[in-house]
Design a protein around this ligand. Structure first.
Ligand SMILES: [Fe+2]
Length: 166
């Protein structure tokens, strides 16, 4: 697992113009990776896809604000790396990773029967870090795909309400 983390972090850092960004750079990618590992344990899923997603989904952002095409660029990068840097990954996994990166910022949740739970773990791991400084959005449980993601988002909502009401 640690080797995959290092490899993906290296790829993300090599292609990103914004890896030093405290909002969408390596710090965020690492938190998404921690979230992904925790979600996989809780949901009993084992996959390298959420690890790769953590370090690649935002690596082609061009700014900190509106950049609606950054997911598509990341998805295309994954497909471009299929035969080289990602060659050890299963073909099916590369497809799931590319689609998860492409669609991650479209506000979608997975279909519980038709979609891979791995995709939901990718998106939940990212959205659980929406409260970070510079973004400051409390995650909405309705936009979580996994039961664990929903429960953790509810915790953040309740924590925010307590802090606000006192
Ligand atoms: Fe992100």
């Amino acid at each position: 697992m640690q080797n995959v983390i290092w490899a993906m972090k290296d790829i993300g850092a090599a292609v990103s113009r914004m890896s030093d960004s405290p909002i969408h750079g390596i710090k965020h990618w690492g938190q998404v990776c921690s979230n992904a590992i925790m979600l996989m344990q809780a949901e009993q899923v084992e996959s390298v896809v959420p690890i790769a997603f953590s370090y690649l989904h935002d690596c082609l952002r061009e700014n900190e604000d509106e950049d609606p095409k950054h997911g598509e660029r990341a998805g295309s990068l994954v497909l471009a790396l299929k035969g080289t840097l990602l060659k050890y990954m299963d073909h099916n996994d590369v497809g799931i990773l590319a689609n998860a990166c492409r669609d991650h910022s479209k506000g979608m949740v997975i279909h519980p029967i038709c979609s891979s739970k791995v995709t939901g773990i990718c998106w939940d791991a990212d959205r659980l870090d929406l409260g970070r400084p510079g973004v400051g959005i409390i995650p909405n449980p309705a936009f979580m795909s996994t039961e664990t993601g929903k429960a953790l988002a509810r915790k953040q909502v309740n924590g925010f309400a307590k802090a606000t009401i006192g």
